[in-house]
Design a binder for this molecule. Structure first.
Ligand code: FES
Ligand code: FES
Length: 169
């Protein structure tokens, strides 16, 4: 059995100390070792976005991140988006707009949308922001671009965009 290394990080506000094999991904750490199965494994190769979580507030495909590389970081999964038993505004908006369908991709969509709105709020341009340098304006085009790494095979895209637009407005 390969040697394991100690890893300390914060997950959804709680300190976590574990020993992990250097080959374990953040996704497998969350699901298999910590039992946080809200984050889903779709393609396991960076193509679907189902495994998206936040590391230091920025979204990452957790299937592509080795767990040991997030030592000392703050990780937020879908389980951490609600607080004190109350859904986040995006979670509520997804419900109201019928943007939850299969439920498999939704955790990644919610984490990604949370960070996308923060990026917009911070003025970070995307590939569709005019000139690529100016301050982005909340629009369906910006949301579609920023959510393009999260696939929804049942085509709830219009409802997802509507939900995110409502919360970002
Ligand atoms: S499971 Fe990570 S991108 Fe698909
Ligand atoms: S809601 Fe998950 S594939 Fe569409």
């Amino acid at each position: 059995m390969p040697p394991e290394s100690p890893l300390a990080l914060t997950v959804n506000g709680a300190r976590v100390d574990v020993d992990v094999d250097a080959r374990v991904t953040l996704l497998d750490l969350l699901r298999e070792l910590l039992g946080l199965t809200g984050t889903k494994k779709g393609c396991d190769r960076g193509q679907c976005g189902a495994c998206t979580v936040l590391v230091e507030g920025r979204r990452v495909n957790s299937c592509l991140v080795l767990a040991l590389t997030v030592a000392g970081c703050e990780v937020t999964t879908v389980e951490g988006l609600a607080s004190a038993g109350a859904l986040s505004p995006l979670q509520r908006a997804f419900l109201e707009h019928d943007a939850y369908q299969c439920g498999y991709c939704t955790p990644g969509q919610l984490c990604s949308a949370t960070a996308a709105l923060a990026e917009l709020g911070a003025g970070a341009p995307s590939a569709v922001t005019p000139d690529g340098t100016g301050a982005p304006i909340l629009s369906a085009e910006e949301i579609r671009e920023r959510m393009s790494g999260n696939l929804c095979r049942c085509a709830a895209y219009p409802n997802i965009v509507d939900a995110i637009l409502e919360v970002g407005a």
